[in-house]
Write a protein that binds this ligand. Structure first.
Ligand SMILES: *Cc1c(COP(=O)(O)O)cnc(C)c1O
Length: 442
């Protein structure tokens, strides 16, 4: 899918976009002039004043000169992290040294931090472990899923993989297939139900498309996989911390996700692995490191897997990153993921309206690739530039003017909305500056 030229690929993206005819995002229509622009600015102030989550912004290190809309790549720093890391370094490591594995609770951190992630993804206790990267956890989940699928049906030899997946998922799926003697078939998520069959071992899907921000139908696609006797593996990188996932309620088998995007764990913070409780005893990890042994300190020559979430561990946990993540997750105290979702949808709706008002009629056109329909929208807005070659320069200029999003080839401007700290004023300012950059209305 990557051997097309950028313009062709952009057309393909746009053609597949359900928002292509959405007038709110089409950037056509009359340009916003003084009073319309002022009305949006006033509305932003009113929305912020009425926002029940507005005070959470105080829990983060932010700078007033910058509108930070890249929390879907690297979440902002929660204020409490700095002191926690200083303590871990100077006291736990510096003074207690090896005693900290017990006295500071280092050894059990992967499960303990997993329990903090669990409620955000709808997982009951004992099913989530924090460990390694998303890429590594994908290998565990995919090989684990295929091995379980094959217990009863050894001829299940196909892995279906989201055709629009974030690349690492596809690379790892190929390797998981080689390790298990399967083949991989790339399928657009909406075609998965028709592609499932008696040969399908497992399906790997991204909950939210990292480029377009489209949210996939996790409940329906999981049931379809189960109806065909296959296991469902979900990548939650762009949904964990952004919207309700309800893994237990929908019977998802395996899930992975990173913690440095909407969970604000810090650069390279360890990822999570969810293994449904009923499958844990059958989970045969392809990376059975000593940390996942039933009795690691027996130093036994033979491997006996631990039971429960611990089985998903591999080697010695990265305590510094894990400590940053543990403290970061404290920002969720008293915060409901459903309230976060409501604000995320309101913010992205408002941003799309502001873009339509400010960014129409410029030298560079923009069109939303993100579904207008709430049920199919994650927590980001992706705008396709016309011509797409301009997108990189547009994002560079936006960043120079204090609006930080990111650029994805072939011509996509990505803006991530993190309801814990993004304000309606941020959304309004980002759209206004975008209009200035692309020569749209003022
Ligand atoms: C961000 C992201 C990843 C990142 O994987 P790492 O191993 O943490 O680098 C994987 N999959 C998806 C869908 C992502 O969005």
């Amino acid at each position: 899918m990557s051997d097309r030229g950028p313009v062709e690929a952009a057309d393909a993206l746009a053609a597949g976009s359900p928002a292509a005819e959405d007038p709110a995002a089409a950037g056509e229509g009359p340009a916003a002039v003084g009073p319309a622009a002022e009305a949006l600015a006033a509305e932003a102030l009113a929305l912020d004043a009425a926002d029940p989550l507005a005070a959470l912004r105080e829990r983060f290190v932010l700078d007033p000169a910058t509108v930070y809309l890249d929390g879907n790549s690297l979440g902002a720093l929660p204020k409490a992290v700095e002191a926690r890391l200083a303590d871990v370094v100077s006291r736990e490591w510096g003074r207690l040294r090896i005693r900290s594995w017990e006295e500071s609770g280092w050894w059990t951190m992967p499960e303990r931090v997993g329990e903090l992630v669990a409620p955000l993804i709808g997982a009951g206790p004992g099913q989530v472990v924090v460990s390694d990267s998303t890429s590594v956890n994908l290998l565990k989940a995919l090989v684990g899923a295929v091995r379980i699928a094959r217990e009863q049906a050894p001829d299940r030899g196909e892995l279906l993989v989201d055709a629009a997946t974030f690349p690492t998922d596809g690379y790892i799926a190929e390797s998981a297939a080689r390790l298990t003697g399967c083949t991989v078939r790339a399928v657009p998520p909406e075609e998965v139900p028709a592609a499932l069959g008696p040969r399908t071992a497992a399906v790997l899907l991204n909950h939210v498309d990292y480029r377009t921000g489209e949210l996939r139908a996790l409940p329906a696609l999981t049931s379809a996989a189960h109806a065909a006797g296959a296991l469902a593996v979900w990548d939650l990188c762009h949904s964990a911390g952004a919207l309700p996932v309800d893994l237990d309620a929908h019977g998802v088998d395996f899930a992975v996700g990173c913690t440095y995007k909407f969970l604000n764990g810090g650069p390279g913070s360890p990822a999570f692995l969810y293994v449904r409780g009923a499958l844990q005893d059958r989970f045969d990890s392809p990376l059975p490191g000593w940390n996942s042994h039933a009795d690691p300190f027996a130093m036994a020559p033979d491997y006996t897997p631990a039971s429960g979430a611990v089985r998903g561990r591999v080697g010695t946990p990265d305590i510094l990153s894990m400590a940053a993540l543990e403290t970061s997750l404290g920002v969720w105290d008293g915060v409901g993921i459903r309230d976060v979702r409501a604000k995320s949808l309101a913010l992205t709706d408002f941003f799309l309206r502001c873009v339509a008002a400010h960014a129409g009629g410029g030298a560079v056109g923009v069109r939303s690739l993100t579904p207008a329909e709430h049920a199919r929208r994650g927590s980001q807005v992706a705008l396709l530039c016309d011509p797409p070659e301009q997108a990189e320069a547009v994002m560079k200029e936006l960043i120079a003017r204090g609006v930080v999003g990111d650029f994805r080839r072939p011509g996509v401007l990505r803006f991530g909305f993190t309801p814990l700290y993004t304000s309606y004023r941020d959304a309004e300012r980002a759209a206004r500056v975008l209009g200035e950059v692309i020569g749209g209305a003022r």
